[in-house]
Design a protein around this ligand. Sequence first.
Ligand code: AFP
Length: 343
Amino acid sequence: MAKRLGTTITQHILNQQREKPEATGAFTHILYELIVAAKVISKDVNKAGLVDILGSTGEINIQDEAVQKLDVFANRIIVERMQHIGQLCCMGSEEIADLIDIPPQYPKGNYILVFDPLDGSSNIDVNISIGTIFGIYKKVGDETDINFLLHEVLQPGIKQVAAGYFIYGSSTIMVYTTGNGVHGFTLFPSVGEFLLSHEDIRIPEKGKIYSVNESNYPYWDEKTRSLIDYFKTKDKKSGRPYTARYVGSLVADFHRNLLKGGIFMYPADLKDPKKPSGKLRLMVEANPLAMVVEQAGGYASDGHGPILDIQPTDLHQRVPLYIGSRKDVELAEAFISEKRQGN
Ligand code: AFP
């Protein structure tokens, strides 16, 4: 798949935008700055294992700088890099309860950035891939006051103008879409550039992998249990049982299934009455990945309909998520919405 390996991400974004006569360069600017932020985060994630060796697990590191948790650090890097570029009217982060305003010394623009700065951060200590997820929306009205911008931010995922993720793993990869296919770039650390490595990614229509935290089985309802039982039941004709793969880091689980085919699920459960819709967040996790998967030919559902059609009511609302190969997700939807019973 490694065609035109020399193409840099910047060149690729410029090429894509050139095809849009209405493009002003604002959007290119946003993606460019986000990439710079991700390079900084990537560098620090790579050093994470050294923290204990350097003896800086306390408050101060060897350079006498305050040691920050990596997810807090990642959030700060993104906010600081993105707030001054003059293209955003506000931001929404998984780490921050309220909308993030643009400080008065910087101009405001017409775009909204929502992001999860370091998803899967509980995996940092054990060297498992983690990532940054982002979605970009365009503001529709004239409002600029942060106190009245929430309704602009709470747009359904279908309105995203771009979405993607950075995965900090054995290499750092950026996967993004602007509504014209899904493309992957690998960071070449020696030159500090993301180069095209996965052009026009297509997810197989049906996979062989199911990814779910099965220890939640006792907390699922009967429909969810029968769905998972279905994937584990032997049936040669439909290629079952599927194989199970679950890392516990959404970007890592999603990225593998995007390339290989399969379904990732975080269903609703009864584990915590305060989180009846499961653990994952609609705006900063489900929507961006849903745009990516749909652009790659796959599908994302909450078990009843497309994730991208959900009208958000809260920046941090949670949603059950079934995402991956179209046929597998449609099958999951049929189980959960009771259009199908048993196997
Ligand atoms: P952390 O950021 O706390 O590690 O959570 C990661 C995450 O939001 C997502 O990346 C995983 O898919 C999911 O949670 C794993 O949740 P479980 O531990 O409940 O399986």
